[in-house]
Design a protein around this ligand. Structure first.
Ligand SMILES: N=c1c2ncn([C@@H]3O[C@H](COP(=O)(O)OP(=O)(O)OP(=O)(O)O)[C@@H](O)[C@H]3O)c2ncn1[C@@H]1O[C@H](COP(=O)(O)O)[C@@H](O)[C@H]1O
Length: 108
């Protein structure tokens, strides 16, 4: 199991976006704005769906990585920290009572 997390990638994306480095895909995509970044996200989503439907496991792993990376770029362009999305996901678990059940299970 790798220790690499989406938070690590979010930091890399923020740093590369700020760099303005001409060799950086992240910097170029960030500078091109939301329309282009969101279009790339949509393309990667479709490619992920195609890999899933084809039963292409290696493709699904690779396209999922592209999808998550481009999702983080879109969040960066929108100025939304991933923590806001995680807070929304956490709110949903507490609404459904799953978080409480999981924490009771861990205690017991
Ligand atoms: N995870 C990624 C990542 N995933 C995908 N990509 C890039 O996303 C781009 C678009 O992917 P596509 O498959 O659509 O490629 P394409 O068909 O050539 O693109 P288009 O012609 O459609 O625009 C490619 O250039 C990929 O290299 C990524 N670029 C960067 N990262 C991460 O960002 C870091 C910084 O990268 P730079 O910003 O390039 O320094 C890297 O170390 C990685 O951790």
């Amino acid at each position: 199991m790798t220790g690499f997390s989406l938070s690590d990638l979010e930091e890399i994306v923020a740093e590369r976006a700020r760099s303005g480095d001409a060799s950086s895909w992240t910097a170029k995509l960030y500078q091109s704005g939301m329309e282009r970044a969101a279009k790339k996200l949509g393309e990667e989503a479709v490619e992920t769906v195609i890999a899933a439907v084809k039963g292409d496991a290696a493709g699904l792993v690779s396209e999922s990585a592209d999808l998550l990376y481009h999702w983080l770029v879109v969040l960066a362009v929108a100025g939304i920290p991933m923590a806001e999305v995680m807070a929304e996901l956490e709110r949903r678990t507490s609404q459904s009572g799953i978080a409480e059940k999981a924490s009771r299970k861990n205690e017991g």
